[in-house]
Write a protein that binds this ligand. Structure first.
Ligand code: UD1
Length: 365
């Protein structure tokens, strides 16, 4: 029986840990899992709602670190996670994704000699100004087992000198959650409540510091949104970081005047999946959404200069448009009139069975 601590910290972690926990509970004879929540995200719409939507058991341990600078937040997770590992003595600790909690917990384990598995390993944007890129590079250096979502991730690791014995190509675990919950999500009332009709709206998310913490960049994105929302309503669930800077930079009035642009509070997993899965177009700077739209065949415009998920461009529906307003609007209008060409393949092993492959690999090591 393997004792495994599954770490969650921030919103994009929950949909990755949910299928792993579900598989571990189903395979009770082989696994004794625990969930540790670092508390990096703490608002009910950024955290609690995902536990109920995704049916994740309540965390056994909550470290309640909250928001702070990178150094303070990372240090707080480390300080509070170390005694948990010492007390629980897990065989494995699983960390997912690329948030500060991912790196902090991996580092604690590396120093204690406890084995770490990194789920979603090997992704690289090659942009070291992104905090997540630093978290990815360092976590992959110190984890024993690297679970990759795509072949290119394995190639990145090999190019950095990682041996094949540490790499397991398992597919995309977040897509396990998508397949499990899609039918239920489509039943959500969210579209009716917002008064939007299927295929007749776009969905926008924005939260990258490079986009929302810089007034000039955010201003350029708002320029594009004003124009696009004249032709197609845009629903924009606003991340707390972004809500703050919209108001600080004084963009509130412009956004209010753009009648087609509809700001709403962050949505839970089911409501958000119910919303974007029926949309005509997605505009985003999120990583996960580039993957989810690829699986669902929805055109996605990524408002960044790069992506750590190039497979969504090569095989999926993703187009990297950056933050130039003309480029964004041209691509959006091309998507609307059907002249934006993208592939429509679903990448290998994005099939809803990734969690079981991760569990099998843990048993073999
Ligand atoms: C974090 C992750 C990012 C991920 C994103 C998803 C890092 C370095 N970044 O960024 O990779 O894509 O989560 O959301 O780990 N806040 C709240 N309520 C909350 C959480 C945050 O109001 O529950 C506000 C706080 O003002 C905080 C700010 O949002 O200062 C940013 O939160 P933080 O966790 O530092 O980074 P995110 O931008 O959410």
């Amino acid at each position: 029986m393997l004792k495994v601590i599954n770490v969650v910290g921030a919103r994009p972690n929950f949909m990755k840990v949910a299928p792993i926990m579900e598989a571990m509970e189903r395979r009770k004879r082989e696994f004794a899992p625990l969930v540790v929540h670092t508390g990096q995200h703490y608002d009910s719409m950024m955290s609690d709602t995902f536990f109920s939507d995704l049916e994740i058991p309540q965390p056994s341990i909550h470290l309640k670190v909250g928001s702070a600078s990178h150094a303070v937040q990372t240090a707080a997770v480390m300080e509070r996670f170390e005694p948990v590992v010492l007390e629980k003595k897990p065989d494995w600790v699983l960390v997912v994704g690329d948030v500060n909690s991912t790196l902090a917990c991996a580092l604690v384990c590396a120093k204690l000699g406890v084995k770490v598995g990194h789920v979603e390993a090997g992704l690289r944007s090659r942009d070291r100004t992104m905090p997540e890129e630093i978290n990815r590079l360092l976590t992959d250096q110190i984890a024993q087992l690297l679970f990759t979502p795509s072949e290119d991730a394995g190639e990145n690791l090999r190019a950095e000198g990682v041996g094949d014995e540490r790499i397991r190509f398992v597919g995309n675990v977040m897509i396990d959650s998508l397949f499990k919950h899609l039918a239920r999500a489509k039943e959500s009332e969210v579209r009716r409540n917002l008064g939007v009709s299927d295929q007749e709206y776009a969905v926008l998310t924005l939260h990258r510091p490079s986009n929302v913490d810089d007034a000039e960049t955010l201003g350029r994105i708002v320029d594009a949104l004003e124009e696009i929302s004249d032709r197609l309503p845009i629903v924009f669930p606003v991340h707390p970081r972004t809500r703050k800077t919209i108001s600080e930079f004084g963009f509130g009035d412009r956004i209010k005047k753009a009648k087609g642009l509809r700001l709403v509070e962050p949505l839970g997993y089911l409501d958000f999946l119910g919303l974007f899965s029926q949309s005509r177009l997605v505009l985003t700077d999120s990583g996960g959404l580039q993957e989810e739209t690829t699986v669902l065949g929805i055109p996605c415009l990524t408002l960044r200069e790069n992506t750590e998920r190039p497979i969504t461009v090569e095989q999926g529906t993703n187009t990297i448009v950056g933050t130039n307003p003309e480029k964004i609007t041209n691509a959006a209008f091309a998507a609307l009139n059907g002249s934006l060409t993208t592939s429509r393949q679903v990448p290998a092993l994005w099939d809803g069975h990734t969690a079981d492959r991760i569990l099998d690999a843990l048993l073999e090591n």
